[in-house]
Write a protein of this length. Sequence first.
Length: 296
Amino acid sequence: MSAPFAALFAVLAAVSNATAMVLQRAAARTAPKDDAFSLRLVRHLLHQPVWFGGIAAILCAAVCQALALTMGSLALVQPIFVTELPFALLIAGVAFRRRLPGPGWAAVIAVTAGIGMALAAASPSGGHAGVGLGLWGLTLAVAAGAMTLCVGAALRRPRGRARAALFGTAAAIGYALTAALMKAAVHAFAAHGAAAFFTTWQTYAFAASGACSLFLLSNAVESGPLIASQPALTLGDASVSLTLGLLVYGERIRTGWWLLPAAVGALLVTAGVLALPGVEPRVLKEPADEDVTDEA
């Protein structure tokens, strides 16, 4: 494995996902409120050309992510995706000709410095490719159960921050599971070629999981402000992916006193991720979701 190249492709995937986020946000915010969590939402998005641009960016991100997972551990690659939100706001600022305010730049620096510090201290490494069917079954069951609970709780709430956060959390779990399944599939490709890739069940499982996660993400951004859905998605994906890397693939991180700088880095990332969505309405020229129910 080549950790520097894995990190590079992970960053490229984050940039592509950030581009997709901006494009999908532009498409989803025009959807009628009654179309939430229904096939009508998908039908509406299919009539938005900008949404297809988002899909193209997602496919590019998937290729970069697959390359990153081939070269590096899940615990290294997926946490880098927390940089999606800073990239998204920087891209949105350029696209909409809006300057990122001072607090936004401070949050961008906090996220960038924090993820660098955390990964340098934790130094994720190791792991194995062989995961038993029983462990996969348990992983899929736990992930599906957690996503179902989040979706069920979201559907009982009106449009607003709580609903968006719950959909964002469900999408985060789905994306982390997608990455774990993708890692197994790309390993089959690297070891045995295209035939193995298209005959292993993980290939079709990660495609299904990714499609489900995309649907949940569309509902998250439609349900409420980015300040609610994006931290849940960003931090949730990183933490669940780290857990899957350690428990499913047997990857390792440094412990002992290294946990202190890793924790400081994680706190910086969390603070930045929580602060960045607050500047999103100004960057995208949107009102601060005044028409959205604000829930505790």
